[in-house]
Design a protein around this ligand. Structure first.
Ligand code: C5P
Length: 305
């Protein structure tokens, strides 16, 4: 069996606007996605002669069948690339699930990358990205990584200059939100505050977090904040604890704050952990420039079955 281990980062959305809706119900986005230094570790094995896709996970409560995006990625890759083999996938989860941090999409991207390396020359790079888009709207970004303006339903990628390693405090409440639920309740006539995307891009280039806080927005907050007032409260707590800006990530419910200084980010983590109800998860991390990476020591391991 050949196997490969991939480190695959989660993401936040530094801005998110909805600019229309497709006939199939999917929403057209303009969003800046940003990789985080918070990553799952995905081990993918290829078993020549096998047939099944077997999925295991370090965390309970994650579906281990065709409902899982990692499983879907393996199935789609094998069928499209014409590979007849079994696949084993182990997900070592660090990214909270149903959180707006693209945990499932990151795992799917890792499986695509691993299978592409384990079965070389089957798919082109654009072919791999089009498979990614069929699995989920965030998967192409997760395959790419870094700082990217994502348009269409999320699959049209325009990489942006690096945003560097900006300290991020993630606040994940003790409930999840389903992406279809959030998009399904969105009223396009009442999006509330919308991001000024041109100025957002300028602020990112300049690293101007103070100005970014004035021009960015996530229109999906118009759905989640009225239903879950704790999210508005967390945004305020983050600002009071020194964050230069705070916003909900993607379809939520995770709210994040950006800081200039890692020490301030850590102090805010300690302060919010003490002030807020237990059950809210606070994670200090930072933005990063890379997408999924093959872990060097374990690149391709060949073991005799
Ligand atoms: O593509 P993904 O599986 O992440 O999307 C889950 C659901 O979220 C979709 O079925 C759709 O209801 C909604 N969605 C949307 N517009 C997007 C992305 C997702 O309406 N751009």
């Amino acid at each position: 069996m050949k196997q490969m281990v991939i480190r695959t980062p989660g993401k936040i959305n530094l801005s998110l606007d909805v600019v229309g809706r497709r006939a199939d119900g999917y929403h057209l986005l303009s969003t800046v996605m940003q990789s985080l230094d918070l990553a799952d570790r995905v081990t993918v094995g290829l078993e020549p002669g096998g047939q099944d896709i077997r999925l295991t996970c370090s965390r309970q409560g994650i579906p281990l069948d065709s409902r899982n995006t990692a499983w879907k990625a393996a199935r789609l890759f094998l069928d499209t690339a014409g590979v007849s083999a079994g696949v084993t996938i182990y997900l070592d989860k660090q990214i909270p699930a149903s959180a707006g941090l693209a945990g499932g999409s990151a795992d799917a991207a890792a499986v695509l990358l691993a299978l592409d390396r384990l079965c070389p020359d089957r798919l082109t790079r654009p072919g791999l990205f089009s498979l990614a888009a069929r699995i989920g709207a965030d998967v192409p970004f997760c395959l790419q990584g870094g700082t990217v303006l994502c348009e269409g339903i999320g699959e049209r990628l325009s990489p942006l200059p690096s945003f560097g390693q900006v300290p991020v405090l993630l606040c994940k409440p003790d409930f999840g939100l389903s992406t279809p639920w959030v998009f399904g309740r969105l009223n396009l006539q009442r999006l509330g505050r919308r991001p000024d995307q041109l100025t957002v891009l300028e602020c990112l280039r300049q690293g101007d977090l103070a100005k970014l806080s004035k021009v960015t927005a996530n229109v999906l907050e118009s759905v989640s904040l009225p239903v879950y007032p704790v999210l508005q409260k967390l945004k305020k707590e983050l600002r009071a604890a020194g964050a230069a800006m705070s916003l909900m990530s993607g379809s939520g419910p995770t709210v994040f704050g950006l800081f200039y200084d890692p020490a301030d980010c850590e102090s805010a983590r300690v302060r919010l952990t003490a002030r807020c109800p237990s059950g809210i998860l606070f994670l200090a991390t930072r933005t990063c420039e890379t997408g999924p990476t093959i872990l060097p020591d374990l690149q391709i391991q060949e073991t005799q079955a």
